[in-house]
Write a protein that binds this ligand. Sequence first.
Ligand SMILES: *Cc1c(COP(=O)(O)O)cnc(C)c1O
Length: 376
Amino acid sequence: MIRFNVPPFTGHEMDYIKQAVENQKICGDGEFTAKCNTWLEEKTGSRKALLTTSCTHATELAAILADIRPGDEVIMPSYTFVSTADAFVLRGATAVFTDIRPDTMNIDENLIEAAITEKTKAIVPVHYAGVSCEMDKIMEIAKKYNLKVIEDAAQGIMSEYKGKALGTFGEFGCFSFHETKNFSMGEGGALLIRDEENIENAEIVREKGTNRAKFFRGQIDKYTWVDKGSSYLPSELNAAYLYAQLEMADEITKDRMDTWNHYYEGLKGLKDEGRIELPFVPEHCRHNAHMFYLKARDLEERTKLIAFLKENDILSVFHYVPLHSAPAGLKFGRFNGEDRFTTKESERLLRLPLYYGLKEEQTEYIIGKVKEFYKG
Ligand SMILES: *Cc1c(COP(=O)(O)O)cnc(C)c1O
C-alpha cells in the first residue's frame, strides 16, 4: 500500500531529542526552540519568529495580537482548513468567506474589496499548496482600508512571492509543522511577526501573559503577570525533532520537488488532452512542493478514481469541504458574493501521495495507474 503521507524523518531526530533530555531541559524555550526560531528568521527574513504548539495556535495568537473582538469581520476563503476560521471565531468575530480562483485555489484577490464593510478588521490569505496568493494586491487593499493581514502560511514554508518568503507580508504569518506538512514536529507551528511593536506583546501572550521572555534575557530581574495570555510554547522534545528537519530543509524540499515534477511531467499528457487539470504556479511564485493534486471532471469521476487507486494499493485523498456550508460555517460565517468555484473545484480536486522519501518507482507506478484509469 502506498500511503498518502509518511511523517518526515531525517535520522537525526533521536539524537537531538536525546540531547534535549540530557540537557535536562524539556519544557519550552530551550536551546532547540531558540535554534528553530533563529533558523526561521534567517530563512524567511522575518524580524521575529516564535515556535508555537500549532499553526492553529499561531493564528489564535495573531488574532489576539490583532485585537480581534466580537462583532468584527474577517475576510478569508471558504476553501481552507477549519483553523483559519476558528482562530477568529473564538474571539467572537464573523468569518466572511469569499470565492477562490480556480487556477491556484487561493482567495480571489479581486473579490476582497466587495466583501469589506465597516466591521472588517482583517484579511486572512491562505497560501494553498504552498503557492502564494496575490500579495501585492492584497497588501494594497489592506493599506487602503486600514486592515490587518494575517497570512495562513501553514503550507507555505520555503515558498516565495516575488522573491519574498510567505508569512512575511502581513503583520503576522503562521506556519504549521504538523506531521502532514513539509517539516514536522508532530504537532507544532510558528508565528512570524513583521513589526517591532508587536514582538513584546507576542512573547507575553505566548507565555501565559507574563514577561518571562524579558526575564530570561536578563532585561528584568523577576517576571510577573502583565496581561492576558495563554500557553503557546511547544516542548523542547518537539523542537528537537523539528530542528533535525530544518537543518535538512533544502534536501527535503528537493526530494519533494523531484516527486512533484515527476508527477507533473508524467500527467501532462492527460492535461493536454483535456482529461484532467494540474496545479498552476504563477511565474512570480516559487512553491515548495507541499502538495500534488489533479482535478477530475467532477465529483463522480473523482470518487471513481479514488476507488480505482485504492484497489491498486494507492491512497489518494480529497481535501477541504468548504467552510461556508459546514454547520459551524453557517453559524459563524457568511459567504460574500457568488460561490462560482469554491464548491465546484473542491469537489474535483484529488491529492496524490507526496512525502519525503516517496520513491521514484512509486511515483511512476501511481502515474501509470492514473493513466490507466483515464484510458479505460
Ligand atoms: C495544516 C493547516 C492548518 C493547521 O495547522 P496545525 O498546525 O495542525 O494547527 C491551518 N491552515 C492550513 C491551510 C493548513 O493546511
